[in-house]
Structure formats: C-alpha cells, structure tokens
Design a protein around this ligand. Structure first.
Ligand code: ADP
Length: 456
C-alpha cells in the first residue's frame, strides 16, 4: 500500500473515531437531558394534581377527572394513578391498565425515593403527597413524543454530519499527505535518473532542514562516497595493472634478449636470477593486492580471536630479521604495562602481522641506520604501538597522501617499493576498529602510532 493511501486511511480512521465518539457523547447527553426534562415535567404535573387534591376537603375520583379534563398542561397519552395509604387506587385515568406499579415501586415511593422509570412507550414518575387526610401516591405516565422526535432528528443530523465530515477528512487527508509526500516523489524521480554512469548527479535537498531534506542530504553524501570509491577503484585498477606490467615487461624483455642467440651458462644464470627477482616482486605485489581486496570489505569481526599485540610484534620482528639481518629492531615495554591483559585485543593475527612487518620494513628501509624503536603505550581502554625511526622523514605534502594505495613519497624514489604498504596498514587497522597516526619531519625521522581497543 502506498504511503499516501496509508496516511489518508489512518487520518480517516482517527477522524472517524473522534466523530463517532463525539456523536455518541452528544446523543447520550441529549437523551439523558430529554429524560430528566420530561421527568421534571411529569413530577410537576404530579405535584400540581396533588395540590388540587389537597385543597379539596374530600378525595373524589370524579372531581379529579373533572380537574384533569380542564387542565391545560396535558401530555400525550397521559395517565394518572392515585393510591391511598392502603395502596387502593382511588383514581386512575389508565383505563386499560397499561401502567404497572409494582409493590416494590410503591414501597420506594412511600420511602420518599425519587422514582422514575420507563415502561415502553411511557416515561413514568411516582411521587408521595402528604396531606392531613392521607399519604397519597401519585403516579404520572406519558409518552414524550416531542422529545423522541427531537432525538430521532438529532440522530439523523449526527449521522449525516459524520458522513460528510468523513468525506471531508478523506479529501483533506489525501490532499495534505500528497503535499507532504511531494518532495519524496521528487527525490524518487531524481534517484531513478541516477545510474553508475551518472553518479555525479544529486537529488534536490529542498531547504535541507526538514526530514526529507535531511534524507536527501544523506543520500547525496552516499552518492559522493560512491562516486569517490568508484573513482578510487578505477585508479586502483589502473595503478595495479601498471605495477603488474612493469615486472612482466622486464621479464619479457630479458627473455627475448636471452633467446636472440646462444649464451654461456653464466649469462643464462645471471638472466634467470634477474627474472626470478622480477617474479618474486610480482608474487609479493599480487599477495599485497589480495590483502588489499581482503581488507577492503567490512571487517568480519566475528572471525577475530583474542590476540596479544606484543606477541604479534615479536613474531613480525623475527620474520623480518630472517631476511634482513642488517636491520635493528628494538622493542621496549613501558613501565606502566603491568598486566599482559593490557595487550589483549580482538583481531586477525596474520593481518596484524602484515601491518607490523610493513611498518618495521618502512622504518628500516627509509633510514640510514636501518633501525626502528617499537614502544607499547597502554591506556585504560586501548593500547598504542609506536614505530619510531631516525630516517629520511616524510614531507608534509606527502603525509596527506601516503595512505592512498600506490602513492609513493618524493623521498622514496631511490628506494624499491610499490606504495601499497601504508594503504594496507591503514585498512587493517581500521578493520580492527583502531586508528593510525603519522608524524614525521624531513631529515629527522618518522613516528607511526597504531592504536587498538583492548578487550576489557
Ligand atoms: P612503499 O614503501 O612500498 O613505497 P608504503 O605504502 O609503505 O609504500 O609507503 C608509502 C610512502 O610513504 C613511501 O613511498 C614513502 O615515501 C613514505 N614512507 C612510509 N614510511 C616511511 C618512513 N618510515 N620514513 C619515510 N618515508 C616513509
């Protein structure tokens, strides 16, 4: 069901409910007002009749009849019954005996209670009249045709007014919900025009302050991010193909030259060693590209296990030292670290090791003394690991971009690399809900701090 239809129906239901409750209340109070009003009239009638009786010296049915005949205050189908203290009927205009006055009712009247009841189609009122001669009970009954006519008319009016109001409520609901939803319809129309090739289009944000404006703004921000990530993906593919092509072209060239003529065993060995070097860097590159792809998706947190970050750093150190024994990797532990639980984080051991080896490798690769100092700084809810070197440093301009895939600093041109390392570290850290902070000064050195939330 469309929102507009649903809103209108809800509007109608609410309006209808209010109308029904209001109409019922009006009808109920009018009916009870009619009853009270008519009962008061009947009671007055009873009292007046009684007064005339009391004025007389003797009670006599013919006299009552005479008085009643000339009485200008008469109701439709009026019946008067008068009973003496022995409950004998001394006067009754109810010839057919339609009005039933039970002993129970008589008792109530004699006790002086207010007795009013309905005996279709009559309203009946009973009252006690005291005189020197007797204690009379006067019962007056009549049909309130005027009152019921009024109630019937009122009922018709209420039904008609309710139906007309419901129609108006429906029309107003349809009109206003249409007006309220118009901006959404416009957003939908605009969104339909947006496709992969036109991600630069945006939806109108209106005044931007109401809910729909906010929705449109959120949607536009999402489009911006999508556009950005599409552009990044395009760049990434172009860069990746370029990086893969370089060693492949080199291998191709070397093999072609090698095959031009017969060579000595030494020449073959040298050429093959060079090709092998290119193949290794190809393997290294494709491994890193795979890791980038693996860490691009949302972090699969449920796969993470409890790991100790210090153990990972020691393992990374060991791995790097196996192939680079000229590196100096010093690990120091802060005095405030008293409990091994302060090192416990949730994570993927292999990915964290990749991040650590990249940072250690960079620090040694880009410093003359080929050394790095690694420090652990514990916090209440986090653990920070700092990698410090006294190397060539990174210029401020480069610092803004070095986390982008394939970006290589101007300082690094003479050093072999692909520009993927820091981008990978950044993604791994982000997947672990951590953060990376780089501070560096050209010629002085670089400090990279990784912060991870610990298990508390
Ligand atoms: P790569 O080292 O393969 O070039 P990275 O992504 O690891 O790629 O690093 C990106 C760039 O950041 C490097 O090219 C270099 O300019 C700069 N860089 C990273 N770490 C350091 C460091 N410790 N000292 C100086 N420059 C660094």
């Amino acid at each position: 069901m469309q929102i507009r239809t649903r809103l209108t129906l809800q509007f109608l239901l609410l309006g209808g409910l209010i109308m029904i409750i209001a109409s019922l209340a009006i009808y109920y109070f009018s009916a009870s007002f009619r009853k009270d009003d008519f009962s008061t009239l009947l009671r007055n009638k009873a009292r007046n009749t009684a007064k005339l009786l009391l004025d007389a010296k003797t009670i006599d049915a013919d006299r009552v009849m005479l008085i009643e005949r000339d009485n200008p205050v008469k109701f439709q189908d009026e019946k008067i019954i008068i009973l003496n203290f022995l409950n004998d009927i001394i006067y009754s205009s109810d010839e057919n005996g339609e009005i039933v006055v039970t002993n129970e009712i008589l008792e109530k009247i004699r006790l002086g209670l207010k007795v009013e009841y309905r005996q279709e189609p009559y309203d009946v009122v009973g009252t006690l009249v005291l005189s020197k001669l007797d204690r009379f009970v006067v019962v007056v009954a009549a049909v309130d045709s005027q009152g019921f006519l009024y109630l019937r008319k009122l009922r018709t009016i209420l039904i008609v007014v309710s139906l007309v109001s419901l129609l108006i409520i429906f029309a107003a609901g349809w009109f206003y919900s249409g007006r309220a939803l118009k901006p959404i319809s416009e957003v939908i129309k605009n969104v339909e025009d947006i496709s992969i090739t036109s991600l630069n289009l945006r939806v109108p944000e209106g005044n931007g302050t109401d809910e729909i404006g906010k929705l449109a703004r959120t949607f536009n921000r999402m489009l911006e991010r999508l556009e950005e990530s599409f552009a990044m993906q395009k760049d990434f593919i172009a860069n990746a193909s370029h990086e893969l092509r370089t060693p492949l072209t080199s291998i191709n060239g070397q093999l072609e030259v090698l095959m031009m003529k017969d060579r000595s065993a030494d020449d073959y060995r040298t050429a093959l060693a060079s090709v092998l070097e290119d193949i290794k860097s190809l393997i290294n590159l494709s491994n890193r590209l795979l890791l980038i792809a693996r860490t691009s998706a949302e972090s699969p947190g449920y796969m993470y296990k409890k790991v100790r970050i210090d153990e990972i750093i020691w393992q990374a150190r060991e791995e790097i030292m196996r192939f680079n024994n000229e590196y100096h990797i010093n690990i120091s532990i802060d005095n405030s670290l008293t409990d091994s639980d302060q090192m416990l984080i949730l994570g993927d051991e292999s990915l964290l090791k990749v991040a650590a080896t990249n940072l250690i490798d960079n620090a040694c690769k880009y410093s003359q003394d080929k050394s790095v100092n690694i420090k652990f700084e514990p916090g209440e809810k986090w653990i920070a690991v700092a990698f410090e070197d006294r190397g060539i440093g990174i210029s401020e301009e480069d610092q803004k971009k070095i986390l982008e895939p394939f970006y290589r600093g101007t300082n690094a041109m003479s050093v072999h690399g692909t520009g993927i390392g820091l981008a990978l570290v950044n993604r791994i850290v982000r997947n672990h809900n951590g953060s990376i902070h780089i501070s560096s000064k050209t010629g002085k050195g670089t400090r990279v701090i990784l912060t991870f939330p610990i298990i508390t």
